[in-house]
Write a protein that binds this ligand. Structure first.
Ligand code: PHE
Length: 401
C-alpha cells in the first residue's frame, strides 16, 4: 500500500520502507518549513512577474500531485532515450517495472499541457538513489515551470510582425535551435527565459548576485542551459532549462505554440540561502531547527545557527564483492539507511582492491555516524554497524572481511 493505493511488486521493486514512510511528509507545504518559505518566494515572484491584462496571475500552481508516476510519464513522454542511464534501477525507486516515484517534477509536464495549460509551476518531492553525504538525500524537492506562447504573443511588440513565424519547414537542427523552429522565435523565447531566471535569482539572493549561463543537454529541451550563481567564491549550478522539444507540445495538442521550461532543486538553494549545513536537517522534527524558521513573512532574512555539532563516530567496513557483477553501491547505501536512518551522515568509498591471485574485488567504506540532536556512544554505533554488516552479507551476497 502506497498513499492508499495498492500496487503489484516484481523484480524491479526497490522502494524501501524508510522512503515509503516519508511519502506523506510534504515538507514543501509544511507551515514555517524553510523549503516552504522558499517555495512561497518563488511562487510570489511568478505571480508578480506574469499577469494577464485583467491583472490575474498567469501561472497556476500544482503542489500536491501524487509522486507515484509511470515510466511513460517520467521518461517516455519527455523523449528520454530507452537506454538513458537515468532510467536504471540503480538510480530510481521503482514500485514495479511500470511505476516509480518520480525522479523529477518534469514528469507531469506533458499531462498538464494536454489539459490545456499554458503557464504552470509544478512543485513537489522527487526521489533518486544516490550517494550519501551532507548534500545528498534520496528525497528532495523541485520546482518545474512551463510557459507556452503563440506567435502573436511573442511578436506583438515587433514592427513587421506579419512576416515572423514560429515554425520553419525545411530547417535543420543546430546548436541554436530545433529543426522546426524559426531562429527569431527561439531567440525571443531564450531572452524571456533567461531574463526571467536571472531576475528570479536576484529576487532570492539579492540584486548583486553574479550569474552565468552554461550550455547543457536535456532530452526534453533544445537548446538547453544551466544557470550558475557565484556563492562564497564557488559557481553553484542552481537550475536547468531550455526551449521545449516541439514533439512534446505536438503530442500534447499545443501545436501552435512554442515553450520554455525549467527545473530547480529547492534544497540546494535553501541550504545556501539559510546557511543550513546538512540536508538531513530538513527532515528533522527538532524544535531547535524548526523554531528558527517560525516567521509569517517568507522574505525575512534568516541565517540558521547550529545548536551545536555533536561529534561523529566513524566505523569502517570491508567486503568482497560477488563475482557475478550484481553489486551496486546504491543497494548498499539503501540498506545502510534502512538500518541506521538519518544517523548515517556519510558513506565514503575509501579503498578498492583487486586480489592479484583470485581477481576478487574488495571495497572498503567509511561510515560516518552522527546524530543531529545528541552525542552517540561508540556502543550504540557498533550495534548499528554490525547490523549493517549482517544485512548486506545476507542481501547483497558480499563477504565481510
Ligand atoms: N528535470 C530536469 C532535472 O531534474 C530539470 C529541467 C526541467 C531541465 C525542465 C530543463 C527543463 O535536472
Amino acid at each position: 500500500m502506497l498513499l492508499g493505493q495498492k500496487y503489484v511488486t516484481d523484480d524491479w521493486t526497490n522502494v524501501t520502507p524508510s522512503i515509503i514512510a516519508k511519502l506523506e511528509r510534504n515538507l514543501h507545504v509544511q507551515q514555517y518549513h524553510p523549503l516552504s518559505h522558499l517555495r512561497q518566494r518563488i511562487v510570489n515572484y511568478f505571480y508578480g512577474q506574469f499577469r494577464s491584462k485583467s491583472g490575474t496571475p498567469s501561472f497556476s500552481i500544482y503542489d500536491n500531485i501524487c509522486p507515484v508516476v509511470t515510466v511513460e510519464q517520467n521518461f517516455d513522454s519527455l523523449l528520454v532515450p530507452k537506454d538513458h542511464p537515468s532510467r536504471k534501477k540503480t538510480d530510481c525507486y521503482f514500485i514495479n517495472q511500470d511505476t516509480l516515484l518520480r525522479a523529477h517534477t518534469t514528469a507531469h509536464q506533458a499531462e498538464l499541457i494536454s489539459m490545456g495549460l499554458n503557464n504552470f509551476l509544478v512543485i513537489g518531492d522527487v526521489y533518486r538513489r544516490d550517494e550519501i553525504d551532507r548534500t545528498h538525500y534520496p528525497i528532495f524537492h523541485q520546482v518545474d515551470a512551463v510557459r507556452l506562447r503563440t506567435s502573436q504573443e511573442i511578436f506583438c511588440n515587433v514592427n513587421d510582425s506579419e512576416n515572423l513565424k514560429l515554425f520553419e519547414h525545411r530547417g535543420t537542427e543546430s546548436a541554436d535551435k530545433q529543426a522546426c523552429h524559426s531562429l527569431e522565435a527561439v531567440k525571443v523565447m531564450e531572452q524571456e527565459l533567461k531574463s526571467t531566471l536571472t531576475s528570479l535569482a536576484q529576487a532570492i539572493f539579492g540584486k548583486d548576485v553574479q550569474c552565468r549561463w552554461v550550455d547543457q543537454y536535456f532530452p526534453f529541451t533544445h537548446p538547453s542551459w544551466e544557470l550558475e550563481i557565484l556563492h562564497n567564491d564557488d559557481w553553484l549550478e542552481i537550475l536547468g532549462c531550455g526551449i521545449m522539444r516541439q514533439e512534446i507540445l505536438q503530442k500534447s495538442g499545443a501545436t501552435d505554440r512554442i515553450g520554455w521550461a525549467f527545473g530547480l532543486g529547492l534544497e540546494r538553494l535553501a541550504m545556501r540561502l539559510y546557511n543550513i549545513p546538512d540536508i538531513r536537517l530538513f527532515w528533522s522534527n527538532d524544535t531547535g531547527f524548526l523554531n528558527q524558521f517560525k516567521v509569517d513573512e517568507p522574505n525575512v532574512h534568516i541565517q540558521y545557527k547550529p545548536i551545536s555539532i555533536y561529534p561523529p563516530c566513524i566505523n569502517d567496513i570491508s567486503f568482497w564483492l560477488p563475482e557475478d557483477g550484481s553489486y551496486s553501491s546504491h543497494d548498499f547505501y539503501d540498506i545502510a539507511r534502512e538500518i541506521g536512518g538519518d544517523v548515517i551522515e556519510q558513506i565514503l568509498l575509501k579503498d578498492e582492491f583487486i586480489h592479484p591471485k583470485t581477481k576478487k574485488t574488495s571495497h572498503c567504506y567509511s561510515i560516518v555516524y552522527r546524530h543531529m540532536e545528541r552525542t552517540l556512544t561508540q556502543n550504540a554505533v557498533n550495534k548499528i554497524h554490525n547490523e549493517v554488516g549482517k544485512a548486506i552479507a545476507a542481501k547483497l551476497n558480499v563477504v565481510i572481511r
